[in-house]
Every structure is written in C-alpha cells, then in structure tokens.
Write a protein that binds this ligand. Structure first.
Ligand code: AHR
Length: 667
C-alpha cells in the first residue's frame, strides 16, 4: 500500500497572500546536511504481543509444550500424556495421544491460540506437526478449525486427516480452508485411530504470509511497516534485551537455526505491570534474528540489532550481583562479534554458514550494532568499553550505538553523554516518553548539541499525554511539531524511532503504540501517519527555514522545517500548527535559479477535520483526543490537495488550520 491520502478540494487550504500572513523564508541555494537514509525508522520490541501473537504469524500458543505448565494454552481430553524425551534437544517436551478406552470417547487437544485462533473464510492455513506412530502400524489424527461459540449446525469450519505412517519422528503438513470467518476459534487435534501417536511442535500459519515465507509474518502487519518506508529497523527491543534477570535476557543465538529447536524464553513483559498481567507471555523465538534481518532487508531498512551489555534491567535489579562482572563479559562480547559474523560473514565462517543454511548466503550487510538499552551509572560504560574495543578491533567499520539511559535529561543522562564521547560511541540512543510540554518546548533541543561528538539516535519516543497516556491525535501533533527539530538538525540526528511499534488490543502492557491489531485486523494510528509522512517525504538535504530570521520552533504555536527533494528536484516543507487558530503563511522560496521557477505545489494534511463525520452518534468526545481504531480505522488519515503558487513570485501562500500537521511539496 502506498501512502493513504484522501483528496481534498484544492481551494480549502490555499490562501491568498493576506497582509497579515507570516512569512517563512526558505533558502534553496544553500542546502545543508544530508538527511541520513536511516533517519526515520522502526523500533520493534516483543511487548504488547508484538511478536508471538502479533507480527509472527504462528497461531498456536505453546506449540512445543515448553511453557512451565506444559499444557498452558491447551485443553486436553481423553488420554494425553506429556513426555520429555522428544526429538528436539532444546525443546524436549511433547505429547502422547493414547487411544480412548471406549469407541465413543476421544483423545485429543484443543489450542486457544493468542486471544483465540482467528481464521478467515476461504483462506488457507497450513497445519504442521512433528509426529510418530506409537507402533509400527500407522496412526491417524484429525485436525479441525472450530468455533466453540458457533450457534450453527456445526462448530467445525475446516477438517483434515493426517496418516502418521512411521514410528520415527517426521514432519507432516496439511492445509485447512475454513468455511466461515471466526475471530475466537480453536485448533483441535483428535486421535482418529486405534493406534496412539506422539506429537510435537504443533503449528498453524496462514499460507498467505508476508512475502510467502513459511515461518512467516502476518501480512497486514508487515505491510504496514513497509508502507512507512523505514530507513532503520531496531530489534529486538527495549527492555527485553536486558531481561527481568540475566537468564531471561534476549539471547540471539537461541533465536536462529531450526524453529523447532529454538528454546522458549520468558517474556519480561508478563511480569512488569501487575495491573496488566499476562502470565502466558513467552517468546518462542520463532521470530528470531534471521527473520529480523530478512524483514529489514525486505522493507528496505538498515538493521540495528541491540544486544545485552551484561546488565539485567536496572529498574528491577538494584543489586550488582544481578549483573555480569566486568571480568566475565567475554561470552557477551563473543555474542556481539558472532552476531556481526552471522550477518556479514562469508559462508566459510561458522556463523555465516548458519545464515546461508537458513536461506540467505549473501550477507545482510550489517552496519550498526547497539550494546545495552536503558543502562545507567558507571556500571554501563565500564562494561561497554570492552565491547567497543573488541568490535573496533575486529570490525572497524561497524558503527556502535551507546545509550544515554532511560530519560532525556537529569543526572543519569548528564553522566552518560560525556562517557559515550569518551568511548567514542558513533551514536547515542536517547529515550523520551514525555508529556505534551516536552514536545512543545524541545524543538530546538538539538540546535546546541556538540557537533564533534557522537550522533544522536532518538531511539524511543512518543508523546504520553498528561493524564492521557493513550493514543490520540493531539499526541501525534506534538510528535510532528517536535520532529521538525530532528529534521532541522539532521547533521547530528541520524536516526529516530517512535516506540513502541505494535499492540494487541487484548494484550497490551504499554500505550500509546503506533499500530494496533486484533487477530484479524490492524489499524494505523495518527502517530503512524506522522511517522509515515516524515519518512516518505524525508527529502535529501536540510534547508534553512526562518521566520523573522529565526528557526520556527514554536512561535505562535508553529513548528517548521524544510528539505530539498533530489528525486523531484523540488522542496518539501513541513509545518505543524499546534495553536487553536488557523495560520496564514507565505512560504517564500529564495535563491531559486531564475530559469527554474516553481510551478506546482500540493499539500498533505493530517488533522481531525474529517473525523467529525466518522464519530458515532454515541461518541461526543473531543476529536483531538480520538484516534483511529479497529472499528474506525479512517478517522484520521492524511488528505492530499493541490495548491496554487503565487504567480511568478516563488511564494506559496498557505492557510494551515488549527491543530494540523501539513507537508507541502513544491517544485
Ligand atoms: O518501549 C517500551 C519500553 O520503554 C522499552 O522496552 C524500554 O527500553 C523503555 O523503557
């Protein structure tokens, strides 16, 4: 899908150059810093069921029976035994289905999926299982997609049989095509013979995944990522990189190789918030580092893996005993070096060979690696230092991303920035989940940053409205306003990623988030569209844009930035009007070549003006505090219009409505 934009009539936002109009002067003859290809990217973390139960298209929960209660997510009936001497060393559990003791009884299992097993009428779903017959005679299973709540003649929406014709472990697959769409269905597996059988790694995927990969991703969700045209994909988090404790940190080596043998990891977000508690939240690692690299490649983003620095989450582990001593970091450093080999090594190397065996002989061309997430105190730089030395020694071209800790100012932040300079980190990751005021006052944040030190990675940010910590248009407008400051400072800000990315409507721990989904649908928020507009129209080089000689960083509630666009030879101006009144502005383009006057202009506008029509009669809320939802996905979407330039004067008169983000494309 391309950028969604409804067409508006041309006249609405084109003002005649009124005497009271403000004048934004854009110098076209002195382009400044290049906008880095990595400038606008994505932050992916398995929080809010973003991976298992979300982007990772597996529909079976606890497919390998490795949850601490091996039948969590399953209901068993008849004679089902859990055993632990299965074919996969790191996932030893499996189930034996033993024949029932009466012809009218049955043995089997039913999986509840992630908030239900959802399937669509007429689409194909690939069921697969590792199985063996209990004896040398064949056994048989029946597999069903069912709707237990169905009021119709049958609960069964699709059914297939599999003959298990060997007493050796083998993989069997069959496709199921449901007769109805069901949001909260079940996968049922029945023993259908007098011979018993053993089952392991019971899996169900839509056949139609993103790019058709078998161990694939949900197509609608991956497509939404691609539609942002991101320049960067940071993975796998976030706090899950650190873990609730060291054993539960994300270990990339466990996330590669055959999926059946990737060991389960506890997801730290199942504990973090007791008021949003999800005791069944685990990481199958089915979406692992190979899949992340592949996704990055397929959406055109530079991969940015983040690895543990040997510190467990410092919010939850005050005791230094919880962390790796500095002199014991070698395995962690090896993880970083081996990861670079996994991504870039040729096929004669150990890890390059593994990558090739997984289907990608060509290198992934990794350029960046981040070590540590939200760390702080002297314990961070003293651990980061040996990583930096080892990586620089073996891979001098890899750029290293350090961290400024969990907040955008304060003692921890002030301590870490000089430390990151001392260690010569290439980029420093800053995080800010802050209220409106922060975003309104920080548009000039980077104007005064030291240009000789590391570059900035605004690695996690989102407007968390004061008393309104949920998605709404006003928060996205704050983000748009603030981002003009990122763009103006593109010489030092090289990466920026809104966070978090995904949230399941029934399984979220943290909000706001950029994309929401249930098991059948997904919706882009207003913040998504802000990110998409910046990324799609990121342009090529920064231009100076001034109001009365100064950058536009909040005067009269206005924020603005401008860039060249080498793909069209034109210019892109972004303006956020955060005030309560419409603003008349003349965009004056100075320094144009006389033989190249401006001829065309259009605008893409994001505001709530169209949302009134989309409110239900029971919904009398303030549109500024609304967002798109699964039920109303198009309340707030970008709308496109053509504009008229002032004849021969290289001026574009615009009227930007109150509470509006506008992108103006001129050439
Ligand atoms: O994005 C959610 C969390 O916020 C991340 O895991 C962490 O880095 C930050 O505290």
């Amino acid at each position: 899908m391309k950028l969604r934009a409804a067409l508006l009539s041309t006249a609405i936002l084109t003002a005649s150059a009124a005497a009271t109009a403000e004048e934004f002067v854009i110098r076209t003859d002195k382009p400044g810093a290049e906008i880095q290809p990595t400038m606008y990217g994505l932050f992916f973390e398995d929080i809010n069921y973003a991976a298992d139960g979300g982007l990772y298209a597996e529909m079976v929960k606890n497919r390998s029976f490795e949850f601490p209660q091996p039948l969590m997510g399953w209901e068993s009936f008849g004679d089902v035994k859990v055993r632990t001497d299965g074919p996969f060393e790191r996932n030893p559990h499996y189930v034996s289905l033993l024949p029932a003791d009466h012809p009218h009884k049955s043995t089997g299992l039913s999986n509840e999926g992630f908030f239900g097993v959802a399937f669509r009428q007429g689409e194909d779903y690939r069921f697969s299982v590792w199985a063996r017959s209990a004896t040398s005679r064949p056994s048989k299973i029946r597999v069903e997609l069912a709707d237990p709540a169905s009021m119709g003649e049958t609960q069964v929406m699709a059914s297939q049989s599999i003959t298990i014709d060997s007493d050796q472990w083998r993989r069997y697959t069959v496709n199921l095509r449901p007769s109805e769409t069901v949001a909260k269905g079940r996968l049922r597996v029945f023993l259908d013979s007098s011979e018993g059988c053993d089952l392991e790694h019971i899996s169900l995927f839509p056949v139609d995944t993103w790019k058709g990969h078998e161990n694939g991703l949900r197509k609608d969700l991956a497509q939404k990522l691609a539609d942002i045209h991101p320049g960067l994909l940071r993975f796998p988090g976030g706090c899950i990189v650190e873990g609730t404790d060291l054993p539960t940190r994300y270990q990339w080596k466990n996330s590669v190789g055959p999926v059946e043998n990737r060991p389960l990891n506890e997801n730290r977000w199942h504990y973090t918030f007791r008021h949003r508690y999800f005791p069944d939240y685990y990481q199958s690692y089915g979406l692992g580092f190979y899949e992340y690299f592949l996704l990055a490649e397929e959406i055109g983003a530079e991969p940015l893996p983040v690895l543990s620095v040997g510190l467990a989450c410092q919010f939850q582990n005050g005791d230094m005993k919880a962390h790796v001593p500095v002199d014991s970091l070698q395995p962690y450093i090896d993880d970083a070096l081996d990861l670079i080999e996994f991504a870039n090594g040729d096929t004669s190397t150990k890890w390059g060979q593994l990558r090739a065996g997984m289907g990608h002989p060509a290198p992934f061309n990794l350029k960046f690696i981040a070590i540590g997430n939200e760390q702080w105190g002297p314990e961070f730089p003293e651990r980061l230092e040996p990583f930096v030395k080892a990586i620089r020694k073996r891979y001098p071209d890899i750029k290293i991303v350090g961290s400024a800790g969990p907040s955008a100012s304060g003692d921890k932040f002030d301590y870490l920035w000089p430390e990151m300079k001392r260690l010569r980190a290439d980029l420093v990751d800053e995080h800010y989940y802050c209220p409106e005021e922060f975003f309104l006052t920080q548009a000039a944040r980077y104007d005064s940053y030291d240009r000789k030190g590391p570059k900035v990675f605004a690695g996690e940010y989102a407007c968390h409205g004061k008393g309104r910590k949920y998605n709404h248009f006003n928060a996205s407008l704050m983000e748009a306003a603030f981002m003009t400051g990122l763009e103006r400072n593109a010489d030092i800000v090289h990466m920026a990623t809104y966070a978090p990315l995904f949230a399941h409507v029934e399984g979220w721990q943290w909000r706001p988030d950029m994309i929401w989904f249930d098991n059948l649908n997904s919706v882009a928020t207003a913040s998504y569209y802000v990110q998409q507009l910046y990324s799609t129209y990121k342009g090529s080089r920064v231009l100076t844009l001034t109001l009365e000689g100064r950058p536009v960083t909040g005067q009269n509630g206005l924020y603005a930035s401008a860039v060249t666009d080498s793909s069209t030879g034109g210019y892109i101006v972004k303006v956020a009007n955060t005030s309560d009144a419409p603003s008349q502005i003349n965009l004056r383009f100075e320094g144009l070549k006389t033989n190249k006057p401006l001829t065309t202009a259009r605008a893409i506008i994001l505001n709530t003006e169209s949302s009134a029509a989309n409110l239900s009669t029971t919904d009398d809320s303030n549109p500024l505090l609304l967002d798109n939802t699964i039920e109303h996905p198009d309340r707030i979407i970008p709308r496109e219009m053509t504009l008229t330039l002032k004849n021969g004067a290289n001026i574009l008169p615009i009227t930007i409505p109150a509470k509006t983000f506008g992108v103006y494309l001129v050439r």
